[in-house]
Design a protein around this ligand. Structure first.
Ligand code: NAD
Ligand code: TDX
Length: 330
């Protein structure tokens, strides 16, 4: 099997490529990634059977021949950070919507199976005391330009399945953590701040809840959907990992040898979603998937160790990333 993996040099895509090389040794992989600020060619270079093509999914002439040559497209490529989408939404519309449109048109033309990676943020947010979690029946209600652009990309996929018979599945996953995540994101930002002697910074009251899943569990679920999922279906991926940001920071402080309450509150994010939570019943019962990394404390410990051991991977981006946050009072 030849697999085209878009965004395969970013956080989740890199982990997906690296795992797939081990779990599907007979396959060859082309990574299509524009190597924007979040993509790093070194993440995938030199892996057996993997070729990196540096290019933009919003450019039809680049996408077309690569999709034609593939048996399966796994589509991770996207602008992925909410805070960036508040500063400038335009790359989000371009990559997430125009890019997905191109991928869909090529999959339609060459009749190639597609799996589209999306996010739980398309469903908006839940109140802290809401007894329900998101399911695939929850209405779309995105809050930020990022989540709106992902919602738009999901809608395109659904329409191309129904109107053109494109063989696609969709997954909407909760917050991932683990190795190779860009240090603009919450957990790696806090870890690398601590390494630099800077206190963690909580947006607003710090009580916003995220449903954490280890990136490798996300990716085993994606493979379960590719191999066993029903065409046209949406599967929500989550591992029952709800925790508020304050408790994440307190645990991280403890694991890194600091007083748990050694953090500061900073300016809140505009439109900040209060809580995400995934009901994973469909994925678990229909496809027999279960998460492996069920102990968040030990997953976080391993992640801290990865950032400590791989400072050369993130150091170059740290000053610029923090300067951008500082300009926002964050
Ligand atoms: P990331 O920002 O780390 O990686 C995205 C990759 O896509 C980068 O390597 C970037 O260079 C590439 N890319 C962006 N625009 C491109 C374009 N126009 N052409 C080619 N390549 C392009 O993001 P991530 O966290 O790995 O997210 C991957 C996917 O998973 C996204 O679709 C995101 O919406 C989704 N997702 C992420 C999370 C999470 O917690 N990180 C949760 C659920 C879903
Ligand atoms: O410095 C910070 N302080 C802070 O309190 C940062 C960077 C974040 N936060 C808060 C905001 C969120 O409540 O932490 C939480 C997590 O923030 P992010 O890492 O920016 O993730 P989030 O906005 O929840 O979105 C993530 O999960 C869904 C990914 O970035 C998306 O790509 C994915 O779709």
């Amino acid at each position: 099997m030849h697999i085209l993996i878009t965004g395969g040099a970013g956080f989740i895509g890199t982990n997906f490529v690296r795992t797939t090389v081990e779990t599907h040794p007979g396959s060859t992989i082309t990574v299509l990634d524009k190597i924007g600020y979040a993509g790093n060619p070194a993440n995938v270079e030199g892996l057996p059977g993997v070729t990196l093509v540096v290019g933009d999914i919003a450019e039809k002439d680049i996408v077309d021949p690569l999709v034609k040559a593939a048996d399966l497209v796994v589509h991770f490529a996207a602008e992925s950070h909410n805070d960036n989408s508040l500063l400038d939404p335009s790359p989000f519309i371009y990559s997430n919507i125009v890019g997905t449109f191109n991928i869909l048109e090529a999959c339609r033309k060459y009749k190639v199976r597609l799996h589209h990676i999306s996010t739980d943020e398309v469903y908006g947010d839940l109140a802290l005391d809401d007894p329900n979690a998101f399911t695939d029946a929850t209405p779309y209600m995105p809050s930020s330009p990022y989540s709106a652009s992902k919602a738009g990309s999901d809608m395109l996929v659904r329409a191309w399945v129904r109107s053109f018979g494109v063989e696609a599945t969709i997954s909407n996953c909760s917050n991932n953590y683990g190795p190779y995540q860009h240090i603009e994101k919450f957990i790696p930002r806090m870890i690398t701040n601590r390494i630099d002697g800077v206190r963690p910074k909580l947006y607003g009251d710090g009580l916003n809840v995220r449903d954490w899943i280890h990136v490798l569990d996300h990716n085993t679920a994606v493979w379960a959907i590719i191999e066993k999922g029903r065409i046209g279906e949406t599967y929500l991926i989550g591992a029952d990992g709800e925790m508020n940001n304050k408790n994440v920071v307190m645990l991280l402080n403890e694991l890194m040898g600091f007083a748990p309450d050694d953090y500061e509150h900073v300016a809140d994010r505009a439109g900040h979603d209060r809580r995400y939570a995934i009901d994973n019943t469909k994925l678990c019962e229909e496809l027999g998937w279960a998460p492996h990394f069920v102990d968040f404390r030990s997953g976080l410990e391993d992640t801290i160790e990865w950032y400590r051991s791989n400072e050369s991977w993130w150091r170059a981006a740290k000053a610029e990333t923090e300067a951008k946050y500082a300009a926002q009072g964050q």
